[in-house]
Every structure is written in C-alpha cells, then in structure tokens.
Design a protein around this ligand. Structure first.
Ligand code: ACO
Length: 427
C-alpha cells in the first residue's frame, strides 16, 4: 500500500500522497491541499519546498554527496571534460564518441557572435560590471535568433549556440574592458583552450594555452555545472515556465547568480581575503568580528543552505589550488590566509554548532586568480560553468507535459478593505 500523510484541519482529516525519490528522499504532495482544504503552506525562502521532481542532479547535504545523472562529481572532475559533462547533464547520458564529436563540432561552429553585437561592447562603460554585460548580451541573443521566441523550436541549435557563444561574449567583454583588441575564436582549440585564447592572447604574439590551466578550467567548470534547485536555477525554471525563450530564461538566471549570497560569493571571498591581508593578515581578529553578529560580517565562502558537511566541490578545489599554484609558481598569501581561516573555523564552536564548512566559492576564486581571471569576472566564470545545468533544468521542465507556470501563493498581512481618500481630505 502506498504511503499517505494525514493532516487534520478544522477537525477534518485529509490524506495527502507521499512521493519517494530514487534515493529515498520523501515528499508530501500538497498540490491538491488548497482545493481540498482552503489552506496554502507558508515556506518563505523555500526552505522545505520541493518545486519539482528532477532526474538531473542528486545532492545529499548531510553526507556531502553530489552526482550528475548518477555519476559522482569527483569522478567527473578527474576523468571528464566540461563539454562531455555538459552533454551528460543536458541529454541524460554520457555521449558515444560520435555524439561527442558532433556536439563538440557544433560548439565550434557556433562560437562567433553576430558582428552587429560588437557595437554593444563599444557602447558599454568599460568599468561596468561584467555580469551586467553578460546578462544583457545573453538576453539580446533572442533578438538575433527570433525563432527562439517559440521555446519549442530548434531547441538543440539554441542550446549549442548558447553554450558556445557565452564564452565568446565573456572574453570579448574582458578585452574591451582593458582596451585590447578582441580575439576571434580559433576552431582548432578545445572549448576551454579557446576561451583562454580569447581572454589572454594578443594579436602580435603566439599563444598556446597551458594544458594544466586548460585542465584546471575544465575541472572548475564541471564542479559548477549543476546544483539542483538553487536560487539561479529556480529562477531559470520560473522565468521559463511562462514560456519565455531560452536566452531570456538563462539571462534571468545570470542575474540571480550575481548576488553575493549566491555565485557572487567567489568575488566576495577574494575581497575579504584581500581585506584581511591589507589589515595585517590576522585571521583570528577577522574571525572574532564574524562571530560578533553586531559587525554584520560573514565569513564569505562558508555555509550553505543544503550542505551541512564539507561541500564535496570545495574538497576537490582545495587540493587543486595547492597543485596548480605550485605548478604555475604562484605564491599567493591569500591561499595561506584562506587555509588559516578554514582551520580556525573547523575547530571553533560557532562554526561547528552551525555546520558551517567551506563551500565551492571558498577556493574557486584563488584558482581563477592564479589563472589570471580578474576578480570581477569570477561570477562570469561561474555562469559559464553553471550554464549546462541551467539548460538541462530548463529542458527538463519544457519537456514535462504536466508543467505549470510557476506561481506561488502568499498569506496577505496588509490593510483590510478601505476607501480611497481624496488628496484635500487627507490628514
Ligand atoms: N559566516 C558567519 N555566520 C554564518 C555564515 C557565514 N558565512 N553563514 C551562516 N552563518 C550563521 C548565521 O548567522 C546564522 O546564525 P544564527 O543561527 O545564530 O542566526 C546561521 O549560521 C544560519 O545561517 P542562515 O543565514 O540562516 O543560513 P542560510 O541557509 O539561510 O544561508 C548562506 C546560507 C546564504 C549560503 C549563508 O551561509 C551565507 O551567507 N554564506 C556566506 C555567503 C556564501 O558563501 N554564499 C555562497 C553559497 S554557495 C553558492 O551559492 C554557490
């Protein structure tokens, strides 16, 4: 017999179905609750609300487990490439050699942007935040590809187009901001190598991306690639649920990711570490400030809504930071400060009692900095990485025949009905 939940309201008992996921996660299906009882549930911040069922990513925050389509991210980080992982997320299976070849060729084919779009970069203030530029440019792609306005048309073309063009847009924006000529993509390079080329090559000199840096970038992007129903992904689904086109939905996700409590934390981590370094490099003093709630400071890159143990992505990145910085000969005092902060936090009651551990953003900034990515582009890098996850979640939603427009309820707490008072009669 299938399990049911019982709820007693105004002395009547109501049965609600229980849904169980493939990893044993349980949920009470309340979709009929309001129709049957007149009640809604109240869950600000969606702390306890499952907004969808999904086959894409499994996350166990207590055990520190993260899998894409069933495959642990540690294995993908070690053995896969970002392009292959993108295919896995979007199409639900590892590609065959032919499928991977075709997918990679499409990414190469779509790497240029419309020449008309270059004028946007000319008009954009060079000191404007690159996330503002990225969100605007990604949304603007819908104007260049108007068939995208029907979100059911040519989906695979739009998917590869978007995955490919986002790195060109990100790199062109950077080149414009530093006053260098933009570098067009090179078809002989892999996805990540091509991005590094467009970022760091200059016309007068040969440039061959360092294979270790290419591999590090693959790993970073893989670790960012999906994280189930977080703030930006839920935003992509919410916007897409109105049948808005793919580019508009992803642009909204980029805006949501920008906030410092979400993807913007990687920039905030480096700024915090730099602050500590500039004021004498004493992590204990900073930690005392963090624990004093009146200071309003947080240890950025620590804590997570879902992980109540070490974020598995942070584990991979921490060991990668040691290796990559050594290989590149970078001696970054910020890495030492970060490690000091972590060891203090792991033994401090304040952090232990609240289950606060490093999240993905704690070490990713140090790696991006070592690769040469400017601080204000860290969240752009996160967007590049998260894109296949957003696309996979959007596609899964669009292909669900029982899909409904996202539209939460509320409990109104304002004034009761009252009359309009003309201006000359107001006190
Ligand atoms: N530093 C200090 N204290 C913290 C931190 C932190 N980083 N994070 C949480 N706390 C404390 C809170 O003050 C609160 O303490 P209290 O119970 O005494 O009031 C308790 O821990 C619980 O914190 P909440 O804010 O209620 O936890 P929530 O799940 O809502 O927030 C969040 C999660 C936003 C990630 C939070 O931990 C945070 O602000 N971290 C820093 C920003 C950050 O690194 N964000 C990136 C997240 S990963 C990502 O989005 C990719």
């Amino acid at each position: 017999m299938s399990k049911k939940a019982k709820i007693i309201l105004d002395e009547s008992e109501h049965e609600l179905p229980v849904v169980t996921g493939t990893e044993g996660e349980k949920a009470i299906d309340i979709r009929q609750l309001r129709n049957r009882t007149g009640y809604v549930t109240l869950d600000a911040g969606y702390m306890n609300t499952g907004s969808t069922t999904s086959d894409i990513t499994y996350l166990d925050g207590e055990q520190g487990v993260l899998r894409y389509r069933g495959i642990p991210i540690e294995e993908l980080a070690e053995k896969s490439t970002f392009v292959e992982t993108s295919y896995l997320l979007i199409y639900g299976k590892l590609p065959t050699a032919d499928e991977l070849e075709r997918f990679s060729s499409l990414l190469t084919y779509h790497s240029m942007i419309h020449e008309g779009m270059r004028h946007f970069f000319d008009g954009y203030p060079s000191r404007g935040h690159p996330m503002a530029l990225l969100a605007a440019m990604i949304c603007s792609l819908s104007a260049y590809y108007p068939d995208s306005l029907d979100p059911n048309l040519n989906t695979d073309t739009h998917i590869t187009r978007l995955l490919s063009k986002i790195r060109t847009i990100a790199a062109f924006g950077y080149k414009k901001s530093i006053g260098q000529p933009i570098m067009y993509p090179r078809n002989d390079l892999s996805y990540c190598a091509n991005f590094l080329y467009m970022m760091f090559a200059v016309p007068a000199e040969p440039y061959d991306p360092d294979p270790d840096v290419v591999q590090a970038l693959n790993t970073l992007l893989i670790l960012h690639a999906d994280h189930e129903q977080n703030c930006s992904t839920s935003t992509v689904r919410m916007v897409g649920s109105s049948n808005a086109n793919l580019y508009a939905s992803i642009s909204a996700g980029i805006c949501a990711l920008w906030g410092p409590l979400h993807g913007g934390a990687n920039q905030a981590v480096i700024e915090m570490l730099q602050d500590i370094e500039d004021s004498g490099g004493d992590p204990r003093k900073f930690m005392n400030e963090v624990k004093d709630k009146a200071s309003g400071r947080r240890l950025m890159g620590f804590g997570h809504r879902v992980y109540k143990s070490y974020d598995p992505r942070a584990k991979v990145l921490k060991s990668m930071a040691d290796k990559l910085l050594a290989k590149l000969g970078v001696d970054d005092p910020l890495l030492d400060i970060a490690k000091n902060l972590e060891s203090i936090a792991l033994e401090d009651d304040y952090f232990v009692e609240r289950n606060l551990y490093p999240n993905v953003d704690f070490y990713s900034g140090i790696l991006y900095k070592a690769i040469g990515i400017p601080t204000d582009m860290f969240t752009v890098m996160f967007s590049l990485g998260r894109l296949p996850g957003w696309i996979a979640q959007w596609k899964e939603m669009m292909e669900d025949p029982s899909r409904k427009i996202g539209r939460p309820r509320q409990v109104y707490t304002g004034e009761n009905a009252r009359r309009y008072v003309p201006l000359d009669q107001r006190a």
